[in-house]
Ligand binder design. Structure first.
Ligand SMILES: [Fe+2]
Ligand SMILES: [Fe+2]
Length: 239
């Protein structure tokens, strides 16, 4: 019962985040916002999974959870043999960029925008120096949005990337084979976010961290809001 209560509060935080963040609005996507997403999110995935999330693994004393965190990171930055055909997620995103006409050299030379850099610095405060259970919520809270049920409209029906898949398909007239970045996340992120949600369910009460995990979720999602709104603003500046 206490478990269900804390999970319900986390779900409420995710729902509020989806409802207030620019990128989840209907008609949020323009071609330049798509380009900005590729440029920033490729870097973000590499940084979060090679630095921030691994610090949470370092801080976690429970072997099986530590290994699950490292395995999820490895799928993102080294190779995803389960959902990604052996490519890392950032490579699949880079290929998506090529599919929409972007230059691979330009993607590889991209640097973090001010909003992205600020977000990394803020996440460092929330994820690297906190109790591992609070860090784990930082690792997984936004992957949760890929599970259907949060927000409204297409995001609620298909999950975040499930919905984006249809939108990008239409904007760029891509066929399904080019849209694997979104498809794989619908599957991989159910697993990645379950790691966070299930573990919080199991340990929050035992560790007396119920209020703290909800607050950590809220604060991490404020940073995600800054990061994702920053992508929209960067895209708009390219119009
Ligand atoms: Fe990923
Ligand atoms: Fe993931």
């Amino acid at each position: 019962m206490a478990q269900e209560a804390v999970i319900a509060r986390l779900d409420q935080e995710v729902n509020d985040f989806v409802n207030r963040t620019l990128m989840f609005k209907e008609d949020a996507w323009t071609k330049n916002r798509c380009r900005a997403f590729v440029l920033q999110h490729r870097q973000n995935t590499r940084y979060r999974n090679s630095v921030l999330k691994l610090k949470v693994a370092t801080n976690c004393p429970i072997w099986d959870i530590k290994i699950d965190i490292i395995e999820a990171c490895a799928q993102e930055i080294i190779a995803d043999n389960e959902y990604g055909g052996g490519q890392a997620h950032w490579q699949i995103l880079e290929d998506l960029g090529v599919s929409i006409g972007m230059d691979r050299d330009e993607m590889q030379a991209a640097t973090p925008s001010a909003a992205t850099q600020l977000s990394w610095d803020a996440w460092a405060g929330l994820m690297t120096n906190s109790h591992w259970l609070l860090g784990l919520i930082g690792n997984t809270c936004t992957e949760r949005v890929n599970v259907p049920g949060y927000g409204t409209g297409g995001t609620k029906e298909f999950g975040w990337f499930g919905n984006m898949r249809g939108i990008w398909k239409e904007i760029w007239e891509l066929d399904d084979s080019k849209l694997n970045f979104f498809k794989l996340h619908t599957e991989a992120d159910i697993e990645h976010s379950e790691l966070g949600w299930r573990t919080v369910g199991e340990y929050a009460a035992e560790l007396h961290l119920e209020d703290e995990v909800v607050e950590a979720c809220r604060r991490n999602l404020v940073v995600w809001e800054n990061y994702l709104n920053g992508i929209c603003h960067l895209g708009d500046s390219m119009d």
